[in-house]
Design a protein around this ligand. Structure first.
Ligand SMILES: Cc1ncc(COP(=O)(O)O)c(C=O)c1O
Length: 424
């Protein structure tokens, strides 16, 4: 078979059946990724929790997959929470995050009895305390700290200056949590931090763990019982052929060993450990299928392959120079001399480059291009720029394929448009 097979499905057939652009998501791969992470923790025989970060990809079907995989769910907005509620996701397994939650969102979280809230600032703790005083539900509260460690891909830095909108700056934690009687209605049970994304190396996580554990010990001195430590997400996935894979097994083993030693050293009870992966769970489980349109060669300069999607369905290259690999789904067998270096362009009215310089077999209009590992932060970040309807999402499981998000129509595009009276 010359076609690209993804999760045991012929992607050219999927493109024919559902049209393009098309997000394709494999439940089997999501389950494998979740299993890899769960197994790593299970082996260590500790109390742990894996909160899937819904910002990477969240729909009603995804909530079911997450529940089925035995993961908890991290939501960051009323919209994500609403999706979880509508999916019937167990609210006690929901953790409500966000750097600037509205009062209405916080009340929604209380009223729906979410299990946990991560407070991002002193101001938010005060609001939570006020709201908690009026409600009979008391979620667990964790305080997000900005630990002064920032890690991205291959590097990490320890910043003396803490320049981040997220979390309570390390230097202010003492002041904020100096007295457990300050937040009498809150059940503050631990700390949270998230140090970056696409991290391949466990060192910055261990450094963050050390900072947080010492802080927890200190905070216990102020009268809080620190039972849980959430070290966030950020585990890297391979976007390009030569990218590394984050070794979860080694990470978890080292983290547990390190935490045990550190806790013994400073006299802290071993806390429940939490992680919050988004990309690691869903990134490799998704691809996007496009149809090739215009092929334009500028002599001695560049060959552009234009596809029928682009930055509206995948804004990551435009937002932060994200790199992707692609294959021509209907031309998987070819010799080296049929390959050429091309640039994949989206159809939006911006430069809209999806991939710069990728080696592909000679493309023609009508070919199906599959961009790989688009499961995270593609659909969830998609827009209607240029009034492009958002693509459908099709879910694969075993030999089954079914739509979990319908393709938007032009009617959907104008659904919320209104004419002012003076044009009627
Ligand atoms: C607080 C928090 N937790 C978890 C995540 C998930 O990160 P990733 O998808 O890289 O695992 C993010 C991503 O931005 C985040 O901000």
């Amino acid at each position: 078979m010359d076609n690209f097979i993804f999760s045991n499905h012929d992607t050219v057939e999927l493109a024919k059946k559902y049209g393009t652009p098309l997000y394709v998501l494999s439940e089997d791969i999501i389950e494998e990724n979740a299993e890899t992470m769960k197994t790593a923790f299970e082996k260590c025989n500790i109390d742990y929790e894996i909160n899937y970060a819904g910002k990477a990809f969240l729909t009603i079907a995804m909530c079911k997959i997450v529940e089925n995989a035995g993961l908890s769910l991290d939501v960051v907005s009323g919209g994500e929470l609403y999706t979880a509620i509508k999916a019937g996701f167990p609210m006690e397994k929901v953790c409500f995050h966000g750097s600037n939650k509205s009062i209405a969102e916080i009340e929604m979280a209380f009223d729906n009895k979410v299990g946990k809230i991560v407070a991002d600032s002193e101001y938010e703790l005060e609001i939570l305390d006020r709201i908690a005083a009026k409600k009979n539900h008391k979620p667990k509260v964790m305080v997000r700290v900005s630990p002064g460690i920032e890690a991205h891909t291959h590097e990490y830095v320890q910043t003396g200056r803490i320049d981040s909108k997220f979390g309570v700056p390390l230097k202010l934690v003492d002041k904020v949590l100096s007295d457990s009687k300050k937040f009498i209605y809150l059940n503050i049970i631990g700390l949270h931090c998230h140090i970056g994304s696409q991290i391949y190396d466990e060192k910055p996580f261990l450094l963050a763990a050390e900072t947080m554990l010492k802080l927890m010990k200190k905070i216990e001195g102020y009268g809080f019982e620190m039972k849980e430590l959430n070290l966030g997400g950020g585990f890297g996935i391979p976007y390009l052929k030569d990218d590394s894979v984050f070794d979860v097994d080694t990470y978890v083993q080292r983290l547990v060993y390190f935490t045990k030693n550190k806790c013994d050293e400073i006299g802290l009870k071993f806390p429940k450990l939490l992680v919050e992966p988004g990309r690691f769970i869903v990134g490799t489980a998704g691809i996007t299928l496009y149809e090739v349109g215009i092929v334009k060669e500028i002599p001695h300069t560049r060959k552009y392959i234009s596809v029928d999607g682009g930055m509206a369905d995948n804004p990551r290259p435009a937002l932060y120079d994200a790199l992707y690999h692609a294959v021509v789904a209907n031309k998987m067998v070819f010799s080296d001399d049929e390959e050429e270096l091309v640039t994949i362009s989206g159809r939006c009215c911006e430069t809209d480059t999806l991939i710069t310089d990728v080696l592909l077999p000679k493309c023609e209009p009508g070919d199906i291009l599959a961009v790989l590992n688009t499961g995270a932060y593609n659909y969830s970040m998609a827009s209607n720029y240029n009034r492009l309807p958002k693509p459908a999402v099709v879910l694969l499981k075993d030999d089954k394929d079914q739509i979990i998000v319908e393709r938007e129509t032009y009617e959907d595009i104008i659904l919320k448009d209104r004419l002012p009276d003076w044009y009627k």
